[in-house]
Design a binder for this molecule. Sequence first.
Ligand SMILES: [Zn+2]
Length: 202
Amino acid sequence: MTELPSDYHRRLPYGERMSAEPLQGGPFFPFEGDIQVVPLADPVLPEPPRRGEPGGDACPKCADPDGFVIWRDDQWALKAGFQLSGLPMVALLEPREHYRLDNLPPELTATLGPMIQRVAGAIQRIDSVGRTHFNRWGDGSEHFHVWFLARPAGMMQLRGAMIAAWDDMLPKLPAEEFAANARLVAAALAEDGGEAIGLGRH
Ligand SMILES: [Zn+2]
């Protein structure tokens, strides 16, 4: 194993299975019955490159800047429809240029907050939506991106982080319905600037 870099790492029980018990029965946990957690894997250090990093695969956003874009202005683009969705809307907000969070220039950090508010508000226009979650993980691609996941109104089991798992498990939206939702979101954003592009290119 790689030399462990911290006391935190040295404490962890590699190869063992954690218990799922702390999660089971909780209001946000979508599984019941006998659940086997995968064995805890050794750390991989240095970490393998993400897409868009030196030595990694090409950045998908920079390789296809307009792919699945439903709205854009000169700084930001919103992407949707790149995978079938079980939620009324799943969208990605990305800067037009390739930046990470830590090197995002001031002109983009200044508009990130307003953009999050605008995108969440636009997704909220979809009649089935109760609340719009947003998350930045960034473990797959280096190009900065914020996920937006629309929680259907009243679906209280979908509260919290497991909404991403529910998105994979729920019946997929019909393509026409998702396209109509995407057009609505793009048009709502365009009311305050930028350009609606419909469902984007497939
Ligand atoms: Zn990029």
